[in-house]
Design a protein around this ligand. Sequence first.
Ligand code: SAH
Ligand code: ZN
Length: 774
Amino acid sequence: MVHRLQWWLQPSLLVVPKHTEWPVLKEIKSWSRNIKKQKNLSDLSLSQAHTPHAEICCFSSRIKYFNSRKMSVFTQQLNPITGKLEWGIQPEDYDYKQEVARSAYADMLHDQERNDKYYEGLRRSIADLRKRGQEVHVLDIGTGTGLLSMMAVACGADSVTACEAFYPMAECARKGLTANECADKVRLVPKRSTEIEVGPGKDMERRANLLVAEVFDTELIGEGAIDTYRHARDVLLTEDALLVPSEGTVYAQVVSSKMLQRWNHIQPVTRIKQGSKEEEVLVSVPECVQRCPGAAAVHDIQLSQVPQEWFTPMSHPLPVFWFDWSGRQKDIPCDETTRVKFKTLASGDCDAVFMWWDLRMDQDGEVMLSCAPYWAHPDLADKSWKGSSEDIPWRDHWMQAVYYLPQPRTVCEDTTFTLLSAHDEYSLWFNIQKDESEDICEERPVCECGIHIANSRTRLGQLNDPRRLEMYVRVLEKYIKPDSVCLALGDGCLMAVAAAKLGARHVYVTEGSDPNRRVIQEFITTNDVQHNVTILSEDVCDTSVEQMVSPATITFSEPFFSTSLLPWHSLYCWYMRNTCLHLLAPGAIRTPGTVTIWGLPVQYRDLWKIRAPLHQCNGFKMDIFDKLIETACEEADERVEPQPLWEYPAKARGYPIRLLTLDLAAPIPENPMTSADSITLPSPGHVNGMALWADWHMTDEPGDALTTGPVEPVALDQYVSWDVYSRQGVYLFKEPVTVDKMQPHTLHYSVTFQPCDGTMVFDFQMKRQTLNDS
Ligand code: SAH
Ligand code: ZN
């Protein structure tokens, strides 16, 4: 049975049919990229799930797939807080608005530099064709809202064909073209370009002599650009066609960075020896994990937000791939390996490669669109001063990427090395080599140990976060006695091994995924605690107390579960604990004991653009698209989305507000709990959103709270320093306010926790104060 898989990614989600052949996987990857130009793809995890309709190897909070013939959409929802799986079948006319809303179209359209440079590229290329005395027949591949087609019309093209593979977007383009009075000038073909037929009476009357396309992602080729352009050259374009953009160049810079390695390479858990100042290893890392080249998926990141102290450049930025999109000067290869020599700029470990690209938008190279971080940005090259991220345009639909080398490599300064860069049809990878005689791995690195498959980058970071580890170990040391029996609830919970090493009599640990179960077993063996640790399935209720050495005297959770996207999703530990009360001894210690949900009014410097209406783009009306996004957001159940806020600067426009505290030692309440109040917003200041997070209180002592929010005291009007190993909750106001002394404002807030499904419902309203208020 062939299932055509399509999906719409939630953060940390990739759905892959079991026993999938590699070509299918590739198609899936290209699909997912097409649909969502979103960074969260790198944060994917995989695990097993069996469904009534197919076996799917997945981890998700939401899975959708449909049978190509029947087109009914099955949706599976895994409630991240209660842990319950729910299946639903959506009707044929299932509404895709939410998927559109969650995609990064809005942020892309807010990218003024991108829009302007595409416009300029079109203007110049159309003028060039006119100079040649040719008619201008444009093909716009992946038209989205129809923007580039409308630009081509405005530049005087004779005919324009716009194709779009994502059906809901094609519908949006149809309406947008009508609203902008372009419907009669643009022929819309709701197809993938590779399915277009050329000839009289077909999708396109004739081959086009101008191709405009924006089918690039952070990795440049991850959206399937290679196949799109190869096919266009062979089937859709004239031999002398011009292309906007005409070329693309990929740059790579080798860096040393222990900080970035925390998102890839698992380090041992250490502690300070009691009574001395010496550090000792508490949990050692198994061979297979140490040797593993790590996660294959690109780590896309806002590189301009990475503090300079985090890394040392080991090479200058080097051009490593050059794509001629016309395929005339150079073929567009599906696989390619290049070698570039460089001199090391420092002594140390080469850990990773930073990558970005630029596009040549016209034929002469006068209009360039660069995704470089500020320190390598061509627009800042002649500036004698040190720039900052604010000096270059912000964009989220294209970021920069980090690729980890299969193994860190120690080098001496001023030595010649070769950077090996490779790509296939969709991905890039890198390695370094002393000289060509040296035998090194040229294959794409893939995880061999399982830990990089079962855990997202965010989670890998947590497993290496010194702040977390120090506190967990301190708390465990406080509680664990030689007769302690522990029940650890969580995914990838290496603290279970730590608990055994700290002398617990026995540790039972739950684990939801097969790859993690295997890895934890490796950790158990390596650390020689196989007689003291037992891995349980996630369904702890199936375990009976007779299977244990004795009832648990301590139950702990970090808390983390692979389904936790927002900080409070880890409340799953409360629900899980509730199903295993029969395994606990009377008076058993429960940690964390409470959780506090916090909120902070902020001014997001750039992030507001992901939701703000466009009204217009370069003079073209975008109301249809705005409406689509707006209704989708209103219909969405959660108005809060997870984002790693260290990458998205936000200034505090107030102090943290304690929104709700839940007592996790108590049973889950039967009725909803609401907490509501109001504060006066300090002035002056612009407020466009709330940042939300959770603090987990491991003991009663204030120092034992694990925050997923600010890691330094919050100061008014200053940028906030966030925990870099969590995603915080982002809430954006539809109508931001500017507060000043003449216009005092009150922030009204309420949070409701619904125990039946674990939902947290936030409501924030900013109201201008009237005389009666004061
Ligand atoms: N051109 C628009 C939208 C760019 S987003 C703009 O610049 O604003 C890229 C769009 O291309 C997505 O909507 C994606 O679905 C579509 N796409 C990517 N490859 C495609 C292909 N080969 N054929 C048709 N559509 C494609
Ligand atoms: Zn691995």
